[in-house]
Design a protein around this ligand. Structure first.
Ligand SMILES: O=C(O)[C@H]1O[C@H](OP(=O)(O)OP(=O)(O)OC[C@H]2O[C@@H](n3ccc(=O)[nH]c3=O)[C@H](O)[C@@H]2O)[C@H](O)[C@@H](O)[C@H]1O
Length: 453
């Protein structure tokens, strides 16, 4: 440092600087010395000096008043951490313009419309549900943390689609209690459609903490806010077929045991069902859980088999088709997105009001759980054959034993309860649904832009 200062000091007029004494203390100049120095200034010099000082100060004041105020720091910055799936988006919220957008998006246009906060709105199911709600006149506000679990560009495209439909998606995390409270301050949501979650059964082997962060901590945080706002909203949320785990009794009924999860993902969804029970019991929150069965369709999730099989068939890459012990068939009750959306809307429409206020329960509240499946399990090998036919490309198949990383051998939903209570009746078979998916896929990923795959 000192060697850098030397040239600067030497270039100054040393006789105008108060120098430290040899002892290191400042030695005040004597009064005769000051009088001596003043003799060098005649009266006109003093006037000039005063004038220039005045002009200098005025200039500083002028620039200060003209300069724009510095922008406020972003309220939240979602950073990559070791425990969560990271988000690359700088999220800022608050301010009158932001509040106006929130209100306008959540504005109810139909007489009997709901006002719904949709978490995970830029996700696959979240996008479809938000659009369906908005189109029928409900008020919808989206919330999504845009994490990088899969292609963020796809999430941003869904966001653009939502923007065009009039749904504003706030960038934020369900773990951010301040943000959630602020949203409820701005809008008295009647319902929360909670779809934000860390999905995928196999990824839990790589990043277990992201499941705890989103599916456990995030869910509890959301329920904490919902229980304390007044009026409390009714909550509909996404559970999963995976809670049936190692059950061998088919088809899976809501009355069946769900205490043998085969993956951490399934365990977190099972835990959520127990957490929902506790919040319903203690705080009077109306809560409905929907067990989704392998939902697929346009704007789907790239981490799911039907999606990356399509991509890999077109790329000529080898595809691993899992088989169970003794060459047992692996099958899924694949459920088309439009059918699931109908189930979600019916669950919202039939949800009763929460009974609590100020965090305290006033009476028993509704607590429900429904299977939303298709009731027609299809082997994975058949899924691949349908895709080959639709894409007109032969897949490079490789049959491999199902790895022990969370998958179960089959799923099959009994949907009689959802039919009875929600009027839920899926109408799309796998071939019809995949046709719509492939059409979307080919249109979305322009084959000329192969680098985007
Ligand atoms: O219903 C649910 O609750 C879950 O559904 C979905 O899980 P899954 O039913 O496992 O779907 P998905 O991964 O598409 O595998 C489909 C089939 O392909 C088989 N499969 C998979 C990969 C592979 O390389 N080979 C293969 O045969 C595989 O063995 C399986 O039989 C959601 O991802 C999950 O978030 C959750 O919502």
């Amino acid at each position: 440092m000192s060697h850098q200062l030397k040239p600067i000091v030497s270039s100054l007029h040393l006789d105008n600087i108060l120098l430290p004494s040899a002892s290191g203390k400042f030695k005040p100049p004597s009064s005769s010395y000051i009088i001596h120095r003043l003799r060098f200034f005649n009266s006109s010099s003093l006037q000039k000096l005063t004038l220039w000082s005045f002009l200098f100060l005025a200039a500083i004041l002028f620039f200060f008043l003209l300069s724009p105020p510095s922008p406020p720091p972003p309220r939240r910055y979602l950073q990559s951490t070791t425990t969560t799936t990271s988000s690359i988006i700088t999220s800022s919220w608050g301010g009158s313009d932001w509040e106006r957008r929130v209100r306008s998006s959540a504005h109810v246009r139909s007489k009997t419309g709901l006002s719904v906060l949709v978490t995970g709105a830029a996700g696959f199911v979240g996008t479809h549900v938000s659009i369906a709600l908005k189109r029928r006149g409900d008020g919808v506000l989206g919330l999504d943390n845009f994490n990088n679990y899969y292609d963020i560009a796809l999430k941003m495209s869904r966001k653009s689609l939502l923007d065009r439909t009039g749904v504003f998606v706030v960038e934020g995390d369900i773990n951010d209690a301040d943000l959630l409270r602020k949203l409820f301050d701005v809008v008295a949501f009647t319902h929360v459609m909670h779809l934000a979650a860390q999905a995928g059964v196999r990824y839990a082997m790589q990043n277990p903490n992201s499941y705890i962060h989103s599916n456990i901590a995030g869910f509890v945080n959301l329920l904490e806010v919902c229980k304390s706002v007044n009026p409390q909203p009714a909550i509909v949320w996404a559970s999963s077929s995976s809670v049936y785990g190692l059950n061998s009794k088919v088809p899976f009924s809501e009355k069946d045991r769900t205490d043998h999860p085969a993956s951490l993902y399934a365990a977190t969804k099972k835990a959520d069902e127990a957490i929902a029970h506790a919040y319903n019991y203690i705080h009077g929150l109306s809560i409905t859980g929907l067990r989704f069965f392998t939902v697929y369709g346009p704007w789907g999730r790239p981490d799911m088999a039907y999606f990356f099989f399509t991509k890999d068939i077109l790329k000529g890459k080898e595809i691993s088709v899992f088989e169970g012990p003794n060459h047992g068939t692996v099958a899924r009750d694949f459920t088309y997105i439009d059918d699931v959306v109908k189930g979600c809307l019916a669950a919202l429409d039939t949800a009763k009001k929460s009974t609590g206020s100020g965090g305290k329960k006033k009476g028993a509240a509704q607590l429900r759980i429904f299977n939303l499946g298709n009731t027609k399990p299809v082997p994975v090998s058949k899924l691949l054959s349908i895709l080959e036919k639709l894409l007109k490309v032969k897949a490079k198949r490789k049959v491999v034993s199902m790895p022990r990383n969370g998958d179960v051998q089959f799923t099959h939903a009994n949907i009689s309860l959802a039919y009875k209570e929600l009027g839920y009746k899926p109408t799309t078979d796998l071939e019809t649904g995949l046709k719509k998916f492939v059409k979307w896929y080919v249109g979305y990923y322009d084959p000329k832009k192969k680098s985007a795959w």
